[in-house]
Write a protein that binds this ligand. Structure first.
Ligand SMILES: [Zn+2]
Length: 129
């Protein structure tokens, strides 16, 4: 289902139904000087609800902030949950499947140790094992 495009008639109706008040900051919207949009009270991506009951006018600025700070997080969480339930998302990462008990062997010979773990110089003959 595609996202509904609102007509001027829709915008006029939603604006009037809410007395031209931005439902996010509760300030009156100056339709001449301030840009506003129709906003979904509950994010469209969650409910696909385009009925007037879920629509309110909101300043573009307020709307952007809400989308960014609230809706995005809820939508992402819902998508994660859905992916988990449908088995779309695999639970183990490539890191998790590696056997942590068997570290990769070092193939290259290291240069002889010059200092021991205490930072003391190591005598030449005992530096190479
Ligand atoms: Zn506002």
């Amino acid at each position: 289902m595609a996202r509904r495009r609102f007509t001027d008639k829709d915008r006029a109706r939603i604006f009037a139904n809410n007395n031209g008040v931005c439902h996010l900051c509760n300030q009156k919207i100056d339709g001449v000087r301030e840009a506003w949009e129709i906003e979904h009270v509950i994010a469209w991506e969650l409910t696909r609800d385009d009925s007037d009951g879920n629509l309110r006018p909101a300043h573009i600025v307020c709307h952007k902030r809400k989308t960014h700070e609230q809706d995005r997080l809820v939508i992402n969480e819902a998508k994660r949950r859905e992916a988990k339930h449908t088995g779309v998302k695999r639970t183990s990462s490539s890191l998790a499947t590696k056997d942590k008990r068997a570290p990769k062997r070092l193939m290259k010979q290291l240069p002889p140790r010059v200092r021991d773990v205490f930072g003391r110089p190591v005598p030449k003959e005992s530096s190479n094992v």
